[in-house]
Unconditional design. Structure first.
Length: 669
């Protein structure tokens, strides 16, 4: 218990006097407290005044009341805590029990100066509460719990990243929540400026504010730039992230097992991870709360260049403690051999699939190891996960589409809020004939922003828009120096999105199909301005498009056969990656079959050596050995059946929609 202020004590005395004189006041129940045995004999004389007013001795351990309060109120903010803790009827609330109250106040509040908190609790257990009652609930009402130590939160206003001022009261509440969280995790130790070790640079920090639907989110971000983060190697900074294939594979796995998919969010994820022992990092607190002392960090904070790596190591250690092992192909995809449970961790977002009983057990184990909030289970209703909308209308079907807000942001960026839709994203022939001029600074910035949004729409989570893969790849090639032609191309693609923003990718599991990896490969030869070719590929697992892509080849191919061979190499590499993921998740080597419409490329990989294509580097001939060893199979398909053709060039509307539908895209709204 902490001491009260003078004004608070005065209010307490006034209220106690009022209770004595007011007949309508409801008193607390009288508690019969049996005297505890004394170690020394008392003489019956009155104890000295200092004995009465002396501070109460510190109670070792947690009383039932305090233990209950900490378990039930830990995550609630101050207003919620006051509501739950509210005073008993007829009892005036007050903040803390004073350490140095006079004898009269001590006697009124606690039934005598000699009574300890433990004695009152024992009497309460014995005389009032029955064993089957909720002890903690009675104690929350009977005793006033000490407030948390005050944290300076400042009075400065808050602004979002676009320098728009946010509601002041929401900013103050958000700042208080963030500082309380940082304090509770033991993130730092305050030191004086002259205690900073020699050679250690003090790193600045700031508050980052974000307006949410109902409130404002504040986060302390360390501003560690390259100039004050020298000496780190790539190995010390690298942190893995799951691929789009990992997310799609988890969806396939859940449909195959007919298990639910549960999503969790780690609250203040980085604060869970301890910094390495001996690592000295000193930061200056944000300007709003700086009071002359610096913070010596004990935990990872957002903005530190080593934080993602440290957090990933901590998270992997926790998962291994629960029996999960990371796959070697994708370290953020985990599988447990005992019961087959699997999950994917993307930063602080976790998606888990397991049986219902195992899921309940894992939630309890997660709660013991980390501060996590389980948000929702994937159902027939649309829900948001990592910037995409997901739903599961049936056990054997999952649908994914980009969030609607990304399209709205795109239309605002390119100034097409009321534009009419067009049936194809292909470049306009009229605009292509016009002279191209460099964009001014304002339009160049808008072009880069719009292209970034388009890339997210086409590639988010599981690459849900195969019809936009090639288009966004070509737009991104102009980011360094966009022209008026590139601006017209972006606006054309945005108009195509106006009419297709509700298109969704459908994953339909069919257990009658054999477990086999099928990859479609295609290339467009020398169609780009610098005479480079484009590779397109689509990888299927039991009729589910696990991954796809459209990429510019790194070298200039001298023939169509060479371009198709390079595309086959890329497709084979993606198929082998998926095979390795499946192997790490308990499946034996799943057969791989690649399909190409190029007879010349098929002839190159079917023989040994370069043959007549002597200019091809030997490193591109590795498929010959894979084919001879029987690790994969390569077959011929017609151009009309080659689904990867969609990812290499612009196609007529009818053919584009047919290929996109065969991959899994549903245009129906």
């Amino acid at each position: 218990y902490h001491g009260h202020s003078v004004s608070c004590r005065r209010r307490q005395l006034e209220y106690q006097e009022e209770r004595r004189t007011t007949a309508t006041a409801r008193p607390l129940p009288d508690l019969e407290v049996k005297p505890q045995p004394m170690e020394e004999e008392t003489t019956g004389e009155e104890p000295p005044a200092e004995a009465v007013t002396a501070p109460r001795r510190k109670i070792v351990g947690k009383t039932p009341m305090k233990r209950h309060f900490e378990e039930t109120q830990e995550d609630q903010d101050e207003e919620e805590r006051q509501r739950v803790r509210g005073p008993m009827p007829g009892k005036r609330p007050y903040d803390e029990t004073p350490e140095d109250q006079d004898e009269e106040v001590q006697g009124r509040l606690h039934g005598g100066a000699a009574d300890t908190i433990q004695q009152v609790e024992q009497a309460f257990y014995r005389d009032i509460i029955r064993p089957q009652d909720d002890m903690g609930a009675y104690f929350v009402q009977l005793y006033q719990v000490a407030e948390e130590p005050e944290i300076f939160i400042g009075t400065a206003p808050g602004f979002d990243e676009d320098w728009r001022e946010l509601p002041y009261q929401e900013v103050i509440a958000a700042r208080k929540r963030e500082l309380r969280c940082v304090h509770d995790f033991g993130t730092y130790v305050e030191i004086e400026p002259d205690q900073v070790p020699e050679g250690v640079k003090v790193i600045p920090s700031r508050f980052s504010y974000r307006k949410r639907t109902t409130d404002v989110k504040a986060r302390i971000v360390v501003q560690q730039l390259r100039k004050n983060a020298t000496g780190y190697t790539w190995v010390e900074l690298f942190a893995a992230a799951p691929t789009s294939a990992s997310h799609a594979l988890l969806a396939w796995y859940a449909m195959k097992r007919k298990w639910k998919m549960t999503e969790g969010d780690l609250t203040t994820a980085f604060l869970h991870a301890d910094l390495e022992e001996g690592l000295v990092i000193v930061i200056r607190p944000p300007e709003e709360v700086y009071q002359g002392k610096l913070w010596l960090l004990k935990k990872a904070l957002y903005g530190l260049r080593i934080s993602p790596r440290v957090f990933q190591q901590w998270l992997t250690k926790q998962f291994r403690g629960m029996g999960f092992e990371p796959t070697r192909a994708c370290p953020m995809t985990f599988w447990r051999s005992t019961d087959g449970a699997a999950m994917v961790a993307h930063a602080d977002n976790i998606r888990l699939t397991a049986s219902d009983e195992t899921t309940d057990e894992l939630k309890l184990e997660f709660a013991q190891r980390m501060k996590i909030r389980w948000e929702n289970v994937l159902t027939a209703e649309w829900s948001t996960y990592l910037g995409s909308s997901w739903r599961r209308p049936a056990d054997d079907e999952i649908q994914v589409k980009p969030e609607h807000r990304h399209f709205q942001k795109l239309f605002e960026t390119v100034q097409l809020e009321r534009a009419k839709a067009v049936p194809s994203p292909a470049w306009s022939p009229q605009e292509e004939k016009k002279e191209a001029r460099d964009l001014d600074a304002e339009h160049a910035t808008a072009f880069r922003s719009g292209t970034g949004i388009m890339q997210w729409i086409a590639h988010a989570t599981v690459r849900p828009r195969p019809d936009l893969q090639f288009t966004t790849k070509e737009l991104a090639r102009a980011l360094s120096r966009p022209t008026t032609r590139d601006w017209a191309r972006l606006r054309k693609v945005a108009r195509y999105c106006v009419g297709t923003q509700n298109a969704k990718m459908i994953f339909k599991y069919n257990d009658k199909l054999p477990l086999i990896i099928i990859g479609y490969s295609d290339a467009s030869y020398a169609e780009l301005p610098e005479r480079k070719s484009t590779t397109g590929f689509v990888i299927f697992l039991q009729d589910i498009a696990i991954t796809m892509g459209s990429r510019t080849q790194s070298i200039i191919a001298l023939s169509t056969a060479e371009a198709e061979l390079l595309a086959l190499n890329t497709t084979a590499a993606e198929a082998l990656f998926l095979q390795n993921l499946l192997r790490d998740m308990g499946h034996e080597d799943v057969p791989i079959e690649l399909l190409t419409d190029s007879s010349a490329a098929l002839g190159i990989v079917s023989r040994e050596g370069a043959g007549r294509v002597k200019h091809i580097h030997v490193r591109h001939l590795w498929l010959q050995q894979m084919l001879r060893e029987g690790k994969l199979k390569i077959s011929k398909c017609s151009t009309e059946e080659n689904l990867a053709d969609l990812l290499t060039k612009h196609l007529p509307v009818t053919r584009m929609r047919k290929l996109a539908s065969d991959i899994g895209l549903d245009y129906d709204t």
